[in-house]
Design a protein around this ligand. Structure first.
Ligand SMILES: *Cc1c(COP(=O)(O)O)cnc(C)c1O
Length: 369
């Protein structure tokens, strides 16, 4: 067994999906983003746990979609990213819904489908202000017409993405929602049952008028609020299901005036006890936490001493601290009365919760309990 692990609480995760379900009217679908290893939670495990609670999955790329199919996921899977021509056979072979953002890509997919005599499911991506990928809203109608009339392509859905849905100031978000809703009513006039979808976690929390036919909450499903403001009940009930822990690998006492770790950035001014944890930035435990982060051992919060190494991290438990090799150390999560939140870690690293979650490496086993 690897000494470090990411523990996912199954019930907490599934409860989160239930709170989201309770927020929506009956006909609104849930699409769960499981890109980037399900925000670090483990794409295979999470998809299996979620399959009965959601209607759709979203992934970033072909590899992730193919992995879901290999895992036995049968629900529809939308690939959000812009596709490369080489990937079209793989996308179709795995029965993945393809995102189309231009006439050029529509033609490529259509030609391929014609050649193999199969129709392919596609979603049109509309750009309403993110300026990433997507056909501009003002040109969307002609792409809708084009795809709708091409019998090699099945127009399953149409979607857009919001740039700042978690912000308190909703001016830009509202303009994006309005712009997309106009495109949707055109799309519905062509195909009544087309799935219109827009809401990410921020919009799910703060903009009910964005729910349309399906929502795509990522970070909220994993238990984190996307913005500073707490959403309303029942969404405010979501909780992190995730914990990062390891086991103490080594213990020693060192004298005053010694240094710890690379470049000797940590100096002792008294006799103290140092424990070594078998986890480092090679596992995604970010080096930016060096000298700033804390860990929980035996219910106490202790500072990281010195530079985090690729595979190990040292912690100063003080001259009175007690710890034994094999003791649990919690890096993210709670122990006894203390806790270290993902938000705290993200703040120290000057990034967001998403990036910390995605950087946790495959080396750490994910355990569902
Ligand atoms: C990642 C992603 C989401 C989910 O975003 P959250 O902020 O995690 O809810 C939704 N839609 C698209 C297109 C995405 O790329």
């Amino acid at each position: 067994m690897h000494p470090s692990s990411i523990i996912i609480n199954i019930k907490t995760f599934q409860d989160n999906l239930n709170y989201i379900r309770q927020t929506l009217s009956e006909n609104v679908k849930i699409c769960l983003p499981v890109k980037a290893n399900a925000y670090g939670h483990g794409i295979k495990g999470i998809s299996k746990l979620a399959e009965l609670f959601v209607d759709y999955f979203a992934v970033a790329c072909l590899n992730e979609g193919a992995l879901l199919r290999k895992t036995g996921i049968e629900k529809p899977i939308l690939v959000l990213g812009a596709i490369d021509e080489d990937q079209i056979p793989g996308l179709i072979e795995n029965n993945l819904d393809i995102t189309i953002s231009s006439f050029f890509k529509a033609k490529l997919v259509s030609d391929f489908c014609k050649r193999i005599g199969k129709s392919c499911k596609v979603h049109i991506k509309v750009d309403t202000g993110m300026n990433r990928v997507g056909i501009k809203a003002k040109n969307a109608a002609s792409l809708i017409d084009y795809i709708h009339s091409d019998h090699n392509l099945e127009l399953e859905g149409i979607y857009s993405h919001l740039a700042e849905s978690e912000e308190i100031d909703r001016t830009f978000t509202t303009s994006q929602i309005e712009s997309f809703r106009k495109v949707c009513s055109y799309a519905k006039s062509k195909k009544e049952d087309i799935i219109c979808h827009l809401a990410n976690s921020g919009a799910l929390c703060y903009s009910p008028e964005s729910y349309l036919d399906m929502v795509r909450p990522g970070i909220l499903s994993y238990g984190y609020f996307p913005g500073k403001k707490e959403p309303q009940y029942p969404l405010n009930q979501v909780k992190p299901s995730f914990m990062l822990k390891t086991k103490i690998a080594y213990f020693k006492a060192i004298e005053a005036g010694e240094s710890v770790s690379y470049n000797r950035k940590y100096r002792t001014d008294k006799l103290t006890r140092i424990v070594t944890l078998p986890i480092g930035y090679g596992d995604g435990y970010r080096r930016a936490l060096s000298g700033k982060g804390t860990v929980l051992i035996r219910g106490h919060k202790y500072p990281i001493s010195g530079t985090i190494c690729m595979d190990m991290t040292m912690v100063d438990i003080g001259s009175e601290g007690t710890a034994y090799v094999g003791d649990e150390a919690v890096l993210i999560g709670s122990q006894g009365k203390e806790q270290i939140t993902l938000e705290e870690i993200a703040d120290i690293c000057q990034t967001n919760t998403y990036e910390i979650l995605c950087s946790l490496s495959e080396r750490i086993p994910r355990i569902y309990a």
